[in-house]
Design a protein around this ligand. Structure first.
Ligand SMILES: [Zn+2]
Length: 313
């Protein structure tokens, strides 16, 4: 048996017929192992056997992402405060040092129903959301690196993880404080500039790769100066500079396009939901939409996106 498998140990009351019909899946098949008889029903431990899919690895990468995500939460909460990044985590309300089992990403939050185990204060939804988002982005990065960067996998993947982490911190910080810290965004820009130096995309040359950053960033900077910062922040223009250099002209164009569309859709929905409370003057941070556009442009195959937009490339 060459296929990698995971033993889910799902104890089910399934009859043989159900399992046999499940077995006909093309990508994976399920091998039932009878464990015990409970009453008249057979108790099965189902083994999912996945052919040609690194499923075990996928789970490992996702879990690794959630662990990094819980560290990113600490960075987001402590950035620009007097707290250092080291030191044990404490409850922000009662100050109690958290035990190891209160620090398990996602699971602790679910097990404690979103409350501190000691003082029962409601914990920020940011914890599980950032953990999940990091896990998901790391998993997508892994699949992307495996498919498109196989030859450079072992240094491209950590690089992609770093890019995703810093983008997430920037986006959540922007959501919380409506500002993008210069130190963070400049680190992202520098990190992005490494990409054209190390890898050129198909059909790309160094001048066009270097042009991509300023090309997309300039309109954002222009919007900032025309509106005197009312429509868009200068931080967004800086963020787009990095996105442009990292993605290259075609993908960066798609990223900006999709972020505007998603942003517009979101504004319209907000306009309907909130009515008069929400005006065009209401400040919505744009960085989250840029991250969404970035992820779509990076992870969805470019030829598919171009076809979707009516370009037969
Ligand atoms: Zn507490």
């Amino acid at each position: 048996m060459t296929g990698k498998f995971i033993c889910m140990c799902v104890y089910t009351y399934l009859f043989n017929e159900t399992i046999v019909s499940l077995k006909r899946y093309s990508d994976f098949y399920i091998e039932p192992t009878r464990v015990a008889l409970v009453g008249s029903k057979r108790l099965y431990c189902i083994r999912y056997i996945l052919k040609d899919m690194d499923f075990t690895l996928f789970i490992f990468v996702f879990v690794f992402g959630t662990v990094v995500g819980s560290f990113l939460n600490v960075v987001i909460f402590r950035y620009n405060t007097n707290f250092s990044l080291g030191g044990r985590s404490v409850c922000l309300y009662c100050g109690k040092t958290l035990k190891w089992y209160e620090l398990v990403p996602l699971l602790s939050f679910l097990a404690q129903k979103g409350r501190c185990a000691t003082c029962k204060s409601r914990l920020s939804l940011q914890y599980p959301l950032v953990e999940f988002a990091t896990g998901a982005l790391f998993l997508l990065s892994f699949i992307y690196a495996e498919n498109y960067m196989a030859s450079a996998f072992f240094y491209f993947l950590p690089y992609l993880f770093a890019i995703m982490s810093i983008l997430l911190v920037i986006v959540v910080y922007d959501l919380r404080h409506k500002i993008i810290p210069d130190k963070l965004v400049f680190s992202f820009i520098l990190l992005s500039l490494i990409r054209p130096a190390l890898f050129l995309l198909p059909g790309e040359n160094l001048p066009s790769a270097l042009l991509s950053g300023p090309l997309f960033s300039a309109p954002f900077a222009l919007l900032f100066f025309i509106s005197r910062g009312k429509w868009i922040g200068l931080g967004d223009a800086k963020l787009v500079l990095g996105i442009g250099w990292f993605l290259g002209i075609v993908k960066a164009g798609l990223a900006v396009l999709f972020s505007f569309w998603i942003g517009a859709l979101f504004s319209i929905i907000l306009l309907f939901l909130r009515g008069r409370q929400f005006t065009m003057k209401s400040e919505i941070p744009f960085a989250p939409f840029l991250l969404l556009g970035f992820a779509i442009a990076l992870f969805v195959p470019t030829d598919y996106l171009l076809k979707l937009l009516g370009f037969s490339g």
